[in-house]
Design a protein around this ligand. Structure first.
Ligand SMILES: NC(=O)c1ccc[n+]([C@@H]2O[C@H](COP(=O)([O-])OP(=O)(O)OC[C@H]3O[C@@H](n4cnc5c(N)ncnc54)[C@H](OP(=O)(O)O)[C@@H]3O)[C@@H](O)[C@H]2O)c1
Length: 471
């Protein structure tokens, strides 16, 4: 047996499953035994309940049984084709080695199928009992983790009920998902929501590229993820969204890897920054939060198309509702997007850039969804204590006061992860999500005319600055 760390050794002898097992033995359980223990007492007699040379009787979804493994380690193996556990309706077929669970009232049947979830391994302890090691969450159990992801045997109509909400975390949303083979780029992934998003993807097998403006902070983030899961496939690459040259350099470096791109998360942003012009002569909030991402997507468009189905998620904010970007005649006003110093107000610049995020996502989806690339915009949560408040001590104070009442970083990453991976969103885009749920953005953000105008304006800015022809 491999030399696992202490937490990965077989569950303690006094653990609940063991205690249940000992109790079963004491009661004369075992192959051909008569007892089946349930929480709070004995259930109806189940003559075949205790056969478990192969670990047959495990806790089934919805079942209250604490009995996990039947008799275990006994030479006599029931050869009946299937056994039914009357306390929960679990059926185990010895010939097919499959566990099936039937709900006693609805008649819905589920079965255990497929490989172990990503990060899990099966081990055998000294007494020959099988147990399972979850390397990501550092825990062991006798329960087969696949029981949590059983497959409907008689699928019913897909439900439209919301599965996740504001309390859900990114890790919960990805639970049981194996993202091996998926390539993900996340901008601004060295801190805050971006880091939690990157970590969640990496812990579920995806190859994650952290696009960061500061390589030492990027490499630090990579190390923190590797400390959680040494097999994680993570890498930091330099991307400064305040420089079109850097964006171009990043795109070329990524393309030289010759890998597909399945998920692109436009997450990086600055908030409350003092007015300053970038090397491309644009106001920095506008360039970092919108134009840099716009350019990045333009440069990676062909890779995204070739990797279809691919998804883009643009991290926006509810603050997009408190502004507009049109002048009095209803036309898109460039001087509102990249204002001169005397007309600059940091909060307004941030809100406008977040409105641009939604308009950009909608137009991107309109143009690329026919080619298998969809895009959605998200609001991650309100006033979460990341490092976004760093530009002014007043913001830091406000974020500190709000901290006990706001989402954790894991919860902040949930809506992004949901939009990037939810099977029910396959092929769907042009929407805005908050708390893992679709909701309407402001009227201005829904305007197809404004979205098309912003696209044209952004292309024009790039043509002039980067000398690049728009598509
Ligand atoms: N926190 C909230 O309450 C909240 C609410 C609504 C929306 N959001 C949105 O959520 C997203 C993530 O924000 P956060 O809260 O996680 O903030 P954060 O911790 O400050 O993360 C922002 C990230 O963007 C990076 N970044 C900044 N300028 C960049 C540039 N020029 N090039 C490349 N990367 C750059 C930062 O890198 P450095 O570390 O090197 O600066 C950092 O990694 C943002 O889009 C934000 O608008 C946040």
């Amino acid at each position: 047996m491999k030399a696992w760390p202490r937490w990965a050794r077989s569950p303690a002898a006094g653990s609940a499953p063991r205690r249940a097992l000992s109790a079963l033995r004491a009661e004369g359980g075992g192959p051909g035994g008569r007892s089946c223990l349930v929480r709070g007492g004995r259930a109806s007699a189940a003559p075949t309940a205790a056969c478990a040379l192969c670990g047959a009787h495990r806790e089934a979804p919805g079942c209250r049984s604490e009995l996990e493994r039947g008799c275990g380690g006994v030479a006599r193996h029931l050869v009946a084709q299937s056994v039914a556990f009357m306390c929960c309706g679990t059926q185990y077929s010895h010939l097919e080695e499959k566990t099936q669970w039937e709900h006693p009232k609805s008649g819905r049947r589920k079965r255990v199928a497929g490989d172990l979830p990503y990060g899990w391994e099966q081990e055998t302890d000294e007494s020959g009992q099988v147990y399972f090691v979850d390397h990501i969450n550092k825990r062991t159990t006798y329960l087969d983790p696949r029981l949590a992801f059983t497959v409907e045997d008689n699928p019913v109509k897909p439900t439209t009920r919301q599965k996740y909400d504001g309390n859900s975390t990114a890790m919960e949303i990805l639970q049981g998902r194996d993202l091996s083979g998926k390539v993900v780029i996340i901008t601004g992934a060295n801190s805050g929501i971006g880091f939690e998003t990157a970590k969640s993807f990496a812990l579920h097998g995806a190859y994650v590229i952290l696009a960061c403006r500061n390589m030492s902070r990027g490499n630090d983030a990579v190390q923190r993820i590797l400390m959680e899961w040494h097999k994680a496939k993570v890498e930091a690459m330099t991307l400064d969204l305040a420089s079109l040259h850097s964006v171009q350099h990043f795109a070329e470096a990524f393309k030289s890897k010759n890998v597909p791109l399945h998920i692109l998360i436009c997450n990086a942003a600055i908030f409350g920054a003092p007015w300053c012009l970038t090397e491309d002569d644009l106001e920095s909030t506008f360039q970092v939060n919108h134009l840099g991402h716009f350019y990045l997507v333009q440069l990676l468009e062909d890779v995204l198309r070739h990797s279809s189905p691919a998804r883009v998620v643009v991290v926006s904010s509810e603050s997009h509702r408190f502004t507009e970007i049109k002048d009095s005649s209803g036309k898109l006003d460039f001087s509102l997007l990249s204002p001169p110093k005397k007309e600059y107000w940091a909060m307004l610049a941030y809100n406008r850039s977040k409105l641009c995020n939604i308009l950009f996502s909608n137009e991107l989806n309109r143009r690329l969804s026919p080619h298998g690339v969809t895009s959605n915009a998200v609001h991650p949560g309100n006033m979460m204590y990341s490092s976004i408040h760093r530009n002014w001590w007043v913001y830091t104070l406000l974020f500190t006061l709000a901290r006990p009442f706001t989402k954790s970083m894991q919860q902040g990453a949930a809506t992004t992860v949901y939009c990037a991976t939810a099977p029910e969103l396959e092929g769907l885009g042009g929407m805005y999500f908050n708390n893992c749920c679709r909701c309407p953005p402001s009227r201005e953000a829904q305007s197809a005319v404004a979205a098309a105008a912003l696209w044209e304006l952004s292309e024009g800015l790039l043509r002039r600055r980067a000398g690049r022809r728009g598509p």
